[in-house]
Every structure is written in C-alpha cells, then in structure tokens.
Design a binder for this molecule. Structure first.
Ligand code: ADP
Ligand code: MG
Length: 225
C-alpha cells in the first residue's frame, strides 16, 4: 500500500507514471501534428485526416479521464452502500456492450445482503474496468459470472469470472503496471486504477487465470461492522 512506501519508492512510481503519460500522449500529438502539416500543404483527403485526428484526440481524452480518477482524492465520498445494487447498476450500464459482443451476465447473488462503506463512483469504476476487460477477453462471446459472498471474517468477496482468452504468466506479472496493455486500443490503466481504488477501500484484488479457459478476479472488501 501507498502509505508503506518510503519517499524514494514513491518518487519512482511517480516518475514511472510521468514517463508513461508523456510517451502515451506524445504519440497521438505527434500524429495530429503530422496531419496538420499534411493539410497545410493541401495534400490528400482532408475528411480522412479529420477522422484520424478526432480519434487521436479521443485517445488522449480517454487516457486523461482515467488518470484524473487517480488525481482527485479530495472528491472521494464514503457512504454506506449495498454492493448488489451497485453491481446491478454497472451491469445495466454495460448491457448494450455485452449484447453486442454476445456476452451474458449471470448474477449469483441476492440484493440486500452486502452493505459496505465506499465511494460509489470509484467502486463502479472498478467494476466497469474489470467487466469491460472480461467482455474484451471474449471476442466470440460467453458468460460472465458475478458472485458475492460474505465470509466469517467480515470480508465481502466479489468474484468476476469470465470464459475469455485468459492471461499468460508474463502478462499476469505486469498487471497493474501503468500503460501495460496487450490491446491495440487499450490504455493499460484500468487495472492500475482499480487496484489503487480497492486499496483505498482497505481491500485486496486476487487474480487467477488460465490461458484459453478464462479469468477470475476476486475483490475482497471489509464489510460494515
Ligand atoms: P487495457 O484493458 O486498457 O489493456 P487493463 O489495465 O485493464 O488495460 O488490462 C491490462 C491487460 O491485462 C490487458 O491488456 C489484458 O492483456 C490483460 N487482461 C486484463 N483483464 C483480462 C481478462 N479478464 N482476460 C484476459 N486478459 C485480461
Ligand atoms: Mg481494461
């Protein structure tokens, strides 16, 4: 956890992040600059250039909006929430994307049993990140099982189980590293941001994965005592 880090470790994480941000944002900017140059010289199809430039700007926006979640601790508001309700809202939000990708949700929980103190928007962000990853891991469709269980030690366990491509060992060890992605349009920030949010909620994330079988993400959070 962050508070256990000494100053030099903090600096290196910040430095690593800064280098990543600089790199990730410089690429689309370089490309936009190139297209402006081309347009100035009156060369080629303007409409096509506009489309590419717009998609590069979208990419910068995507990266910045994910980073801003990390940069806004002052707006965090912890409230008593039912995690089942929260998960259902996230599922509703992602339903269209799931249907388009032939993905079914299977919820294995009943509402009203799991109250925790949390920042609703941040936790939603975590579930959105993980469920999106699950959908993206199943290009041919499949099932995402969502389970909630309450164990003796006042811990709430939320499991997200997909039937996707799975995560190879070398990728598994890089999860949570900023900007590490295997996707053409990925930002490689989802996992890092999610891990940070769960740690801020005094929770843990545990990942189990089998290539070509699927992935299980287990989130443990303290229950309202
Ligand atoms: P992004 O989704 O933008 O690539 P993430 O931080 O969310 O970034 O994930 C990092 C990488 O971890 C992904 O590029 C992918 O290779 C791998 N990954 C994460 N979740 C899954 C999953 N459920 N199934 C397979 N691979 C996954
Ligand atoms: Mg992701």
């Amino acid at each position: 956890a962050q508070e256990h880090m000494n100053n030099s470790e903090k600096l290196s994480v910040a430095g690593q992040l800064a280098a990543g941000i600089a790199h990730e944002i410089r690429n689309p900017i370089t490309s936009i600059k190139g297209f402006i140059q081309l347009m100035k010289s009156g060369f080629g199809e303007k409409q096509k250039y506009f489309d590419i430039m717009a998609s590069e700007i979208n990419r910068i926006e995507m990266i910045l909006s994910e980073l801003l979640i990390l940069a806004k601790p002052q707006s965090v508001k912890y409230e008593k929430k039912d995690i089942c309700v929260l998960l259902h809202q996230v599922i509703t939000l992602l339903d269209t994307q799931a249907i388009l990708n032939n993905v079914q949700f299977k919820t294995e929980f009943t509402p009203g049993s799991a109250q925790i103190y949390c920042d609703e928007n941040q936790l939603k962000q975590v579930f959105i990140n993980f469920i999106k990853n699950a959908i993206e891991a199943m290009p041919k469709g499949g099932e995402i099982r969502i389970q909630i269980s309450n164990d003796e030690n006042q811990q709430l366990r939320i499991r997200l189980i997909d039937e996707g491509c799975g995560i190879p060992k070398d990728v598994l060890s890089k999860l949570g590293q900023p900007f590490y992605t295997t996707k053409e349009k990925g930002t490689g920030l989802g996992f890092m941001v999610s891990k940070k949010i769960i740690e801020n909620h005094a929770g843990h994330i545990h990942v189990e994965s089998e290539v070509n079988q699927g992935t299980k993400i287990e989130i443990t959070l303290p229950v309202l005592g």
